[in-house]
Design a protein around this ligand. Structure first.
Ligand code: HEC
Length: 294
């Protein structure tokens, strides 16, 4: 016999099939063999098939194959997971379905409580939808002061100079501003005048009309602002001013022209505002008088 010969495996003579720890084989074959395992004769649950092959010299090879038999109805349990810790009373949902019935996931998984993460997700989605809706229907800033959205229609009108023309406002309206009254159209001239002033004049002449000493002239007690003839006042606002000595002061800065930036109604309103504010007491003007000085 050559030394390597004993390394060759011998041909198996018999194959025995055992179930679990039984010492009696289910059957014994000569290889190769086809074997039918009738699981209906075995109880449901975990089993092991042990296959032993014996060769001509008596060497035994063993192979173990664990398997699970499920011939009875399928069982689902909700409310108790394998290995979980429980105390007190635990509510379980137990269900069973036959192997001839189609597997029904709705029944098999029915009656489980909705998991927390589902609620969290739901709340996040609903919250986002709410926020999105509010953002979507928010009034855009450029429309915030239009008649449709503004809480105060007078402010809205003041912010829409294109719609405020001297043609649309009666000549008498300018005079009403002196008394701070509202005209028939609900148009508040005093409010418009104050607003035009704060947006166009206040930076230089100050909120209280006091100006900045030797830089911008005060409008309080100013002869032009209080002058009986308002044409000078109108022309300065319409066309600007430079190089004039006011109360002995020569201002190096210029008074800008507003004739092309503001409507006649806005200019009349701001002039009337200056003429009736901070103790000033000059006759008021109308948009038509402004137009006449263009
Ligand atoms: C950039 C600064 C500035 C702004 C803005 C400005 N002014 Fe003037 N304003 C001046 C200066 C400077 C003078 C003096 C010019 C001069 O002496 O030549 C002046 C002069 C005047 C005068 C003349 C005073 C007088 O006694 O002659 C009036 C009236 C006046 N401004 C009204 C207005 C009104 C109304 C507005 C807004 C619509 C306005 N100003 C905006 C700088 C400004």
């Amino acid at each position: 016999m050559m030394p390597g010969d004993e390394m060759l495996p011998n041909e198996p003579e018999t194959i025995s099939v055992f179930l679990d720890d039984n010492t009696e084989p289910l059957s014994v074959y000569r290889p190769p063999a086809t074997f039918n395992l009738d699981t209906t004769k075995i109880t449901d649950g975990e089993h092991v098939l042990r296959i032993e092959a014996v060769d001509s010299v008596g060497n035994v090879g063993i192979r173990r194959v664990p398997f699970i038999v499920e011939n009875g109805p399928g069982i689902t349990v909700t409310g108790l997971r394998p290995g979980s810790r429980v105390r007190g009373t635990v509510e379980l949902n137990v269900n069973a379905f036959g192997s001839n019935e189609p597997f029904d996931p709705v029944r098999a998984e029915s009656a489980g409580p909705v998991p927390v993460w589902t609620w969290v997700f739901f709340v996040i989605v609903v919250g986002w939808a709410g926020w999105y809706g509010m953002e979507y229907f928010k009034t855009p800033p450029e429309f915030a002061r239009t008649p449709t959205y503004a809480a105060n229609p007078a402010l809205a009108a003041a912010n829409a100079p294109a719609t405020v023309t001297s043609a649309q406002t009666p000549a008498a309206v300018g005079r009403n501003a002196a008394a701070g009254s509202k005209n028939v159209a609900g148009f508040d001239y005093a409010t418009l005048g104050a607003q035009v002033y704060s947006q166009n004049c206040q930076a230089c002449h100050g909120a209280d009309g006091a100006g900045v000493p030797s830089t911008f002239p005060a409008l309080v007690n100013d002869p032009v602002v209080n002058g009986k003839d308002a044409d000078m006042h109108i022309r300065i606002v319409l066309h600007g001013l430079s190089g004039k000595v006011i109360s002995g002061v020569r201002y190096s800065a210029q008074m800008p022209a507003f004739g092309s930036q503001l409507t006649d109604a806005q200019i009349a309103a701001v002039i009337d505002h200056e003429r009736t504010s901070w103790g000033n007491n000059g006759p008021t003007v109308t948009p038509d008088e402004v137009r006449a000085n263009h």
